[in-house]
Design a protein around this ligand. Sequence first.
Ligand code: DOR
Ligand code: ZN
Length: 346
Amino acid sequence: MSREVTLRRPDDWHLHLRDGAMLRAVLPESARHFARAIIMPNLVPPVVTGAQAAAYRDRIRAALPDGMDFAPLMTLYLTEDTDPEDVAAAQVSGLVHAVKLYPAGATTNSASGVTDFDRVRPVLEKMAEIGLPLCVHGEVTDPEVDIFDREAVFIDRVLDPIRRATPGLRVVMEHITTRQGADYVRSAEADLAATITTHHLIINRNHILVGGIRPHYYCLPVAKREEHRLALRAAATSGDRRFFLGTDSAPHVDAAKETGCGCAGCFTATNTLSLLAHVFEEEEALDRLERFTSLNGPAFYGLPANEDTITLRRGDDPVRFPAKIDSDDGPVTVFDPGFEVYWTAP
Ligand code: DOR
Ligand code: ZN
């Protein structure tokens, strides 16, 4: 059965583009479909100041192939030394659209993140005053807390206290992976939203561990039990304005994934839209796909939705996506959903 769905051109509200050879390899995969993306600042060294964000934006623009049209929306990496006035100036100039909070040690390149949340209070207060969103990697790093509980515990121990202490602070819970995350977002009428990745709508923790360990399904926050995947599907396909797409497409070369201590990250930029059409069709929610990919995100970030459109088509034969893309640093494996997909994006 052929079928098509036309959407305002999507945006990706959480994307890792890296730098150098990897940036050149992965940028076209996102720019082919997405008009804009919130660019994660966890480079080595991290993108901490407005000046560093401007330089990184220029490197992204320079890496964009001719004829492609893509706007990087920059973020700053919050440290305990971040200067509130630098943050404010970076927003006023239109450069920076969010500040990213990584609890120190929570994930890839998060060593410069926050340990003592009281020390970032002046920055958070400034952000509340100027309406600049805080994007949060919501996992505690306490070694006593089981990795599958780290998101739920973060909400109680860290996020809710921060939000109560900082009225007006606009927060995006990034890549939620639990029912508790979705419920917490729904409990707030304003100033709180969540991104959901493509892969967390598709895999649960069994996919990572049953029948052999699958390093390309390992990401952080790690996929949880099936009940949580279903809760994420319900949230993403509901049309609720508080949920929108952030792919968290996070490339690592195969050598860094297929090793004794592999890096976290799923690379989904290449096939994300086809996979989302598949998921939304399964949930009989294709009419709500545009809200998730193209409308809810810009509304939260105070930006207009894109004017141009993209048409996804369902054919009769399975689509063959590349298994890997090449970079000068080595191959990167494209996320394999483990089922046939019939949807193509141009
Ligand atoms: O899986 C992940 N990969 N989660 C993160 O939070 C970071 C990301 C990366 O940078 O590779
Ligand atoms: Zn990420």
